[in-house]
Design a protein around this ligand. Structure first.
Ligand SMILES: *Cc1c(COP(=O)(O)O)cnc(C)c1O
Length: 414
């Protein structure tokens, strides 16, 4: 994993050396076919031309090819949002009475998708801690269909041993899906044995906060000995026979995107591509800044405000940080002000930080967790996710790290 590699890869993959140097945008919902035979070929998939924008668009295809390279995958599908990517993958694979195991902390939307929405469709779920391997193995033995993790649990910041979990999923022939929104370029889950990677491209990938978007990236399917050939996935076997290596893409297109329509739009994908040009530069800077800012805050914040980040030696994930996240674990850290009152006072004194429900932005962002994203959660779920009364999530931006730290220090003075 090397920023120099990604800088060259990204700028060289975007735009064109002849004609328009900026990436092209094709904002068309439909596409004309040359003749009746070509229409048939496009629909049967033997001719690779755009069919209709719900199932693909040339601008989305460009974005998909770039993110496929970033994740070293086989192919990708761009979606309308990060939740669109997650719901596409889950609804394509799961049916009523299936079960999904969610390991670690989750983004609020994912938590309610699994715990409320999929539940209405009789899809069962269970949750456990990232290092609770006894439960993980017990669940895998019970024939569950999907294991879902975030590369870095948001906002608890627990760091999973992805390789260990993926090895277990391999032994029990179970699909592993990783939400890599917080750590593009820093972790490549497909190389660690994950089957599908999802992103909210709204966050780090864009950086500019001008486009809502998501993407799912897939590995190649081995139609002779793939874990998907396990009997528990038998309703997918027809598609695998036809689509072979590209089966995971076909499964998501035919069983979700086509019928539910969480499709990306060309203008959004175009804006996301513009953001991707500078992703490596931004990720490098932000991850260095996070370490700088949390070190300053750990030393200088008053006793009643505690800063949490895995790069700090006191963190229970310090070992995993050094082992698996050598270049950083994304833009987020948290501060715990103990009470909601103190957290509100602290946030309201900030001058540089923007208060909003987003992460991975070029600007530094803050949000009090319990009163916003997690306000509808019961006490037990909040405890599981580490949402304490005074917890503030911070997403570090591109500003001078000393300026960022100074803002938090001035806001901490009572
Ligand atoms: C924001 C986010 C999502 C959802 O993405 P949207 O683009 O807002 O739909 C999913 N997972 C994580 C980790 C996120 O931060």
């Amino acid at each position: 994993m090397n920023y120099e590699y990604f800088n060259t890869l990204l700028v060289q993959s975007i735009g064109s050396k002849t004609g328009s140097t900026a990436p092209q945008i094709t904002p068309s919902a439909s596409f004309g076919y040359k003749d009746a035979m070509q229409a048939q070929e496009i629909f049967e998939g033997t001719k690779k031309l755009p069919l209709y924008a719900r199932v693909g668009n040339p601008t989305n295809t460009k974005l998909e090819s770039i993110v496929t390279k970033i994740e070293n995958g086989f192919g990708a599908i761009a979606t309308s949002s990060g939740m669109g990517a997650i719901s596409m993958v889950l609804s394509a694979i799961l049916s009523a009475n299936d079960e999904i195991l969610c390991i670690g902390g989750f983004f609020g939307g994912t938590y309610t998708l699994v715990g409320e929405t999929l539940k209405r469709f009789a899809i069962k779920s269970s949750f456990c801690e990232i290092d609770d391997f006894a439960t993980i193995e017990k669940k895998l033995k019970s024939n569950i269909k999907i294991v879902l993790i975030e590369s870095v649990g948001n906002p608890g910041l627990r760091l999973p041993d992805i390789k260990k979990i993926s090895d277990l999923c391999k032994s029990y022939e179970t699909l592993l899906i990783i939400d890599n929104t917080t750590t593009p370029l820093l972790v490549r889950p497909l190389e660690l044995g994950a089957d599908i990677v999802v992103h909210s491209s709204t966050k780090n990938m864009s950086g500019h906060s001008a486009a809502l978007g998501g993407i799912a990236v897939f590995r190649e399917v081995d139609s002779k000995s793939d874990k998907l050939l396990n009997q528990k996935y038998k309703d997918l076997h027809e598609i695998i026979k036809k689509a072979q290596k590209a089966s995971l893409i076909a499964i998501c297109k035919k069983r979700a995107l086509r019928d539910i329509g969480m499709s990306a739009n060309a203008f959004g994908s175009f804006l996301t591509i513009l953001g991707l040009e500078t992703l490596a530069l931004r990720v490098q800077r932000v991850n260095k800044s996070v370490e700088t800012v949390v070190k300053i805050l750990e030393q200088k914040l008053p006793q009643d405000i505690v800063v949490n980040h895995p790069s700090l030696e006191k963190s229970r994930d310090f070992e995993n940080y050094k082992k698996f996240f050598k270049n950083g674990c994304g833009p987020i850290f948290t501060v715990d002000c103990k009470t909601q009152k103190r957290a509100f006072e602290f946030i309201d004194k900030l001058k540089l930080a923007t208060m909003t429900a987003n992460i991975g932005d070029n600007r530094t962002l803050v949000l009090h967790m319990k009163s916003t994203i997690y306000r509808d959660f019961d006490k037990e779920s909040r405890e599981h996710l580490g949402i304490t009364d005074g917890l503030i999530r911070v997403s570090v931006g591109l500003e001078n790290p000393q300026d960022i730290a100074n803002d938090f220090l001035q806001a901490s003075i009572k």
